[in-house]
Design a protein around this ligand. Structure first.
Ligand code: GLA
Length: 378
């Protein structure tokens, strides 16, 4: 029996029916464009969240987390609706709600995606629960449907207005590849992403910064994009070319123009990055990462001093490219570096942080890993 299965038996008195797992993610490129119907290119990291589950024959849900001292939260499934107060367990209950599960279940969570690092620990939790429920109750949802249901849980139950990227990659990723995701229709293509074969490494730098702006800032960025879409009478920013944007500039506020410029240029960078990866042109990949960061910092205004410091220090240490990832205002940055320079790069970033009096950053590396799966079943 695995650690989580033993713990489940200890807490709930019976063995689980199955254990599911779903990973966190890093986005290589395509930031803040999933909600504008853009293309994005994330990959799943090796850190994942496990959930052990067992069907019950009543309407009770019991849920505990190994990271929350195994404290059991008990709720009747008929009370699980948006508005029900709670803590971390809302991410799991939201999924149970959005999937329309009506039978009780015991759930134990074991989360290994670093929290608050912008690596989508919440999507990992949602997608592990969704995968478990789908198999446990034979619901037969496709991965696209599960992506939409887990996003619905986060938007409507937890109340976070996220896009579709994090859940999609957590569910659909394939080991060894980045996932080219078309956020308009959720079509995907695996893009082999083998940095190690070229002597490179993708360093993940968790700045440990989390600025209070986060939630409001994200919704505000989405609102600016929606305002542009409404003013220009288009379906989404995906429809907009640079020429049209320039021609319509007088209709937009300066802020709206800059936000839209980020979206239009970032969508092109994603496709350029796919071409560069296909021809193993990592110098070009690095340039695109740098351009993405500049656009997020200057046009989209979602970076922060810690992220800029991480990026600048990585580039000073010789990185091919570096940029902030995820929603911004803190969280993580990535740097594409020569594998032999990993220690030196880490030291330079640590020094830059300590010189500025920032909290020490954390570092991770991860190869592109597998998306959600059932890892054991009775
Ligand atoms: C967060 C959201 C995603 C996406 C990114 C920015 O991670 O959850 O949907 O919008 O920010 O690219």
């Amino acid at each position: 029996m695995s650690v989580i299965e033993k713990k489940f038996l200890e807490i709930f008195g019976k063995e689980p029916d199955l254990v599911a797992a779903a990973p966190g993610r890093v986005n290589l490129i395509g930031e803040h464009i999933d909600y504008s119907d853009g293309f994005v290119l994330p990959f799943a990291i090796k850190d994942r969240t496990l959930v052990a589950a067992r069907k019950r024959d009543d309407s009770t849900i019991r849920i505990a987390s190994m990271q929350r001292r195994n404290k059991v939260v008990t709720v009747d499934i008929n009370r699980v609706k948006p508005g029900l107060k709670g803590e971390w367990e809302r991410y799991a209950l939201g999924v149970v709600w959005s999937m329309g599960v009506k039978t009780g279940v015991d759930l134990l969570i074991d989360g290994h995606v670093p929290l608050g690092a912008g690596l989508s620990s919440s999507a990992a939790l949602e997608c592990s629960v969704a995968t478990a429920m789908n198999h446990l109750f034979g619901l037969g949802f496709t991965l696209e449907e599960l992506a939409r249901l887990t996003q619905k849980a986060e938007n409507q139950y937890v109340g976070v207005p996220c896009g579709i990227m994090d859940q999609s990659v957590s569910l659909m990723a394939t080991q060894g590849s980045a996932l080219l995701l078309d956020c308009r229709d959720l079509n995907t293509k695996n893009i082999p992403f083998d940095v190690a074969a070229s002597g490179l490494e993708l360093l993940i730098i968790d700045t440990q910064a989390h600025h209070a702006l986060t939630d409001g800032g994200y919704a505000e960025r989405r609102a600016s994009c929606e305002a542009v879409v409404a003013k220009l009478a288009i379906a989404s920013l995906r429809e907009l070319s640079m020429e049209q944007l320039e021609a319509s500039r007088s209709l937009l506020t300066d802020t709206e123009y800059l936000r839209a410029r980020h979206a239009v240029t970032e969508m092109k960078r994603v496709l350029d990055c796919v071409d560069a990866l296909t021809s193993s042109d990592f110098v070009r990949v690095g340039q695109l990462l740098n351009q993405s960061h500049a656009s997020l910092r200057d046009d989209y205004a979602v970076s922060c001093p810690e992220l800029d410091t991480a990026v600048d220090a990585a580039l000073s240490a010789g990185a091919l490219g570096s940029r902030m990832v995820g929603g911004g205002f803190g969280g993580s940055a990535i740097a594409l570096i020569q594998a032999v320079k990993t220690t030196e790069t880490i030291k330079m970033i640590e020094k830059a942080f300590s010189d500025r009096g920032f909290k020490a950053p954390r570092f991770f590396t991860s190869l592109p890993s597998q998306g959600a799966e059932i890892i054991s079943r009775r």
